[in-house]
Design a protein around this ligand. Structure first.
Ligand SMILES: NC(=O)CC[C@H](N)C(=O)O
Length: 201
């Protein structure tokens, strides 16, 4: 791989621009991904937050679902935030009728899980691999009900009724968080992912 990897952001729907901005500030090359040819050119991919049902439908319409599954299966480092976490889950609860995912992480994710308590909130998350807690923004966020043997839990919610819920997971080249690190001005989650793309984490 070239010294500066190109990280794509899946740009079907969601807060694409915010991720591009943080990735650029971390020194990555960036690209928007809407078509299979664009996916071919990236070394890693961020799947942003937004609305996973819409993202799934658009991925099907743009003939991206199978190419995405293939790249993920072949080992492309991929980071999913919020709706992106849902897209990377092998199994989901409370999905729309027929809702499919890209899959790859052996986990069961519940959509809009925190939403039943409160729509959006902020909380510090202690994360394996980060030196200090990460101040996380949750927006109609999913949580991870359970993970299979190969997935490693990296972080849990720390406060309130949902304390202890899994909000960050890694399985090899795949990484997912329930929260939105692109909104807080703290680049450590993107730096962590960039190290994965460079093969150094
Ligand atoms: N901020 C978000 O990405 C919310 C995710 C959304 N609730 C979904 O199901 O896709």
């Amino acid at each position: 791989m070239t010294a500066v990897p190109t990280v794509g952001v899946l740009a079907l729907q969601g807060d694409v621009r915010e991720h591009l901005r943080v990735l650029e500030s971390c020194g990555a090359g960036t690209a928007v991904v809407r078509r299979p040819e664009e996916l071919d050119r990236v070394d890693g991919l961020v799947i942003p937050g937004g609305e996973s049902t819409t993202m799934w439908r658009l991925a099907r319409t743009f003939d991206l679902l199978e190419p995405l599954r293939k790249r993920v299966e072949q080992g492309m480092p991929t980071y999913g935030s919020c709706a992106g976490m849902i897209m990377l889950a092998d199994r989901i609860v409370d999905g729309a009728a027929g809702q499919e995912t890209i899959g790859g992480i052996d986990m069961l994710v519940r959509r809009n899980a925190f939403g039943r308590q409160v729509d959006s909130f902020e909380s510090d998350v202690v994360m394996t691999g980060l030196d200090a807690p990460f101040h996380a923004v949750f927006i109609r966020a999913p949580w991870v009900e359970s993970v299979g043997g190969e997935a490693e839990v990296l972080g849990r919610a720390a406060t309130g009724d949902s304390a202890g819920r899994i909000v960050a997971v890694r399985q090899g080249h795949l990484f997912a968080t329930s929260f939105h690190p692109e909104l807080t001005g703290d680049p450590r989650i993107h730096e962590y992912f960039l190290a994965m793309v460079k093969g150094s984490s």
